[in-house]
Design a protein around this ligand. Structure first.
Ligand SMILES: [Fe+2]
Ligand SMILES: [Fe+2]
Length: 214
């Protein structure tokens, strides 16, 4: 497929790739490369910045390889105020800490990249289009082999990005509801995105019952 051959044409691709390779287990490294390629495709589909989309895709899991104590330590150093959910499950901090690192240490000035990386795991109400793209791509990039991810990619091709995004948000929210540590912002994001997509006519007013997703 096209995206597997796609070369990442952003000025700092080599630097970022080396950093990721040195920081992450191989599986996560390959996921970040695949997410970046999928973001490149989505950038054309959604008319968002190619450079920002690829950068966000590459760097979103930069802090995925570090332990809970170090995440808590780095979050404190960046002055991130912890939510109860993050305190209970510090792994939720890998997005916020990566976003801060990209801005302060790597000197990436784009607010869209910062926001997308910060919120990629949970989403948040009001999330911008770059963030929505990354939330989707993180779940659906082509190395994600579970049937739901494959379905999300197919939906994006056949029905467009927004119905596919709604499918992913539904899947992720159901997953979170079935696990003990629920971050309330995931639920708030889901309620918001459903309202937005209905009001913009991207999905039917009744939503899609899970069994009748297109
Ligand atoms: Fe992540
Ligand atoms: Fe990821």
């Amino acid at each position: 497929m096209e995206h597997t051959k796609h070369k990442l044409k952003i000025p700092r691709a080599g630097e970022f790739t080396s950093l990721l390779e040195a920081s992450l287990p191989e599986k996560t490294f390959l996921h970040t490369m695949s997410t970046a390629r999928y973001m490149a495709e989505l950038s054309a589909r959604l008319s968002i910045s190619y450079e920002d989309a690829v950068g966000a895709g590459l760097l979103h899991d930069l802090k995925k390889g570090i332990g809970k104590d170090e995440l808590l330590h780095e979050a404190e150093a960046y002055g991130i105020e912890l939510t109860p959910a993050q305190r209970e499950n510090p792994k939720l901090l890998h997005g916020p800490v990566a976003a801060e690192h990209c801005r302060s240490t790597l000197g990436i000035a784009s607010e869209a990249v910062y926001e997308a990386i910060y919120w990629h795991t949970t989403g948040r109400p009001g999330l911008g289009l770059m963030g929505l793209a990354l939330y989707f791509a993180d779940y659906a990039e082509p190395l994600r082999k579970r049937p739901e991810a494959e379905h999300a990619r197919e939906m994006c091709e056949s029905h467009g990005f927004y119905p596919a995004l709604y499918f992913v948000a539904t899947q992720k929210t159901q997953y979170v509801r079935n696990h003990t540590t629920v971050d309330p912002i995931s639920e708030a994001f889901y309620a918001w995105i459903e309202r937005e997509l209905v009001s913009q006519g991207h999905i039917p007013a009744t939503g899609y019952p899970a069994s009748r997703m297109p």
